[in-house]
Write a new protein. Structure first.
Length: 348
């Protein structure tokens, strides 16, 4: 745009001002994004544990900006034009994989979803072999989900690109914790000093671990509520209050985060039956009423309705579950953008 256009005679003033405002608004948004991204200095996102509170807040702030982009009619950015993102999922996860795919495409990246079930991994190829093969393709971002804890970190040591952990065994799921934090902050206006109860299969849940670390880092008061058989040994060392009865643990709670009963990860008999589990640890109307009057309900999905949560609660007015799905794309956009921006600064 030529400078003299901004000072055109009055008859066209109403046409020029909105255009000028749009240009300066876009420029300000770019500057704000760059300023925020500069606070993030990690080459990878392998877990919440490796992030400082400032870096966590930075990613949440960037994600908050990305929400507006996802709600526009035209959702495309050009930040990652010419970049390549590979989604490598050894565990099936429609929601997380599609969320990362949308995030990459909205940022302008070339995105490839690698079908592990049809690949040579099933024929005996090791994780390191796969890493070396992918590395030869020169990707910029590798998003990996694997059933073994530490798989993402191992890949990060073997490839030249940035690695994002989309869930590794029962270890961590950092982008889920970030999207949960964004959902909470948008609903409650803050995270500090809130009482958050994480309920259910804590033992097998990487979501629980990442959320505990993040919420503690940002000043929330965290409780876990589960049967003794689904509580990991030494869970108190993570800085949480432990309850084995829902009726006790839900008193005075602001956020109730239900966890999926992860039967596929269970090696033995951890609960007597599904019916008994819901009877004692399922979230229904009576148990929701024990929490604070304005308490809100979350679930990372996919839900087992009637097992950990009643349908009337999952679909009710105090549920944030659909908001969590929407925030997932925004958070993954923010993470990818921050990592690529850091790579660009480091390599410049």
């Amino acid at each position: 745009m030529h400078l003299h256009v901004l000072f055109h005679p009055k008859p066209r003033e109403n046409h020029i001002r909105p255009l000028a405002c749009q240009v300066f608004s876009s420029y300000s948004q770019i500057l704000m994004t760059k300023t925020l991204s500069a606070s993030f200095t990690q080459p990878h996102l392998l877990g919440i544990e490796t992030l400082s509170p400032v870096e966590i807040e930075t990613l949440i702030d960037l994600a908050d900006q990305s929400v507006a982009i996802s709600r526009q009619v035209k959702k495309k950015k050009t930040t990652l034009r010419g970049r390549t993102q590979i989604n490598l999922f050894f565990e099936s996860s429609t929601r997380t994989q599609s969320s990362f795919e949308l995030a990459g495409k909205r940022l302008g990246a070339d995105v490839m979803n690698m079908s592990v079930g049809a690949s040579s991994v099933k024929k005996g190829e090791t994780l390191i072999d796969t890493a070396m093969t992918l590395n030869a393709m020169k990707p910029d971002i590798l998003v990996v989900r694997h059933q073994a804890a530490g798989a993402a970190e191992l890949l990060a040591q073997k490839v030249d690109c940035s690695v994002i952990n989309a869930g590794d065994g029962a270890h961590e799921h950092p982008t889920q914790a970030l999207l949960d934090a964004l959902t909470i902050r948008r609903a409650k206006g803050r995270i500090a000093r809130l009482v958050v109860a994480i309920c259910g299969d804590v033992l097998h849940s990487r979501v629980a671990r990442s959320n505990i670390i993040l919420l503690n880092a940002l000043g929330a008061r965290v409780r876990v509520i589960a049967p003794k058989t689904l509580l990991p040994a030494g869970i108190e060392e993570l800085g949480v209050e432990v309850f084995t009865r829902m009726e006790e643990g839900l008193k005075g709670v602001d956020i109730i985060m239900m966890l999926r009963l992860q039967r596929e990860r269970m090696a033995g008999s951890f609960v007597p039956s599904i019916r008994e589990y819901f009877r004692y640890f399922g979230l229904d109307r009576q148990r929701l009423d024990i929490a604070n009057e304005d308490a809100l309900v979350m679930h990372p999905g996919p839900m087992n309705r009637g097992v950990e949560i009643a349908s009337e609660i999952a679909d009710g007015p105090r549920s944030l579950i659909q908001e969590q799905v929407e925030m997932g794309v925004a958070v993954r956009m923010a993470v990818i953008e921050a990592i690529i921006d850091n790579r660009s600064r480091t390599n410049s």
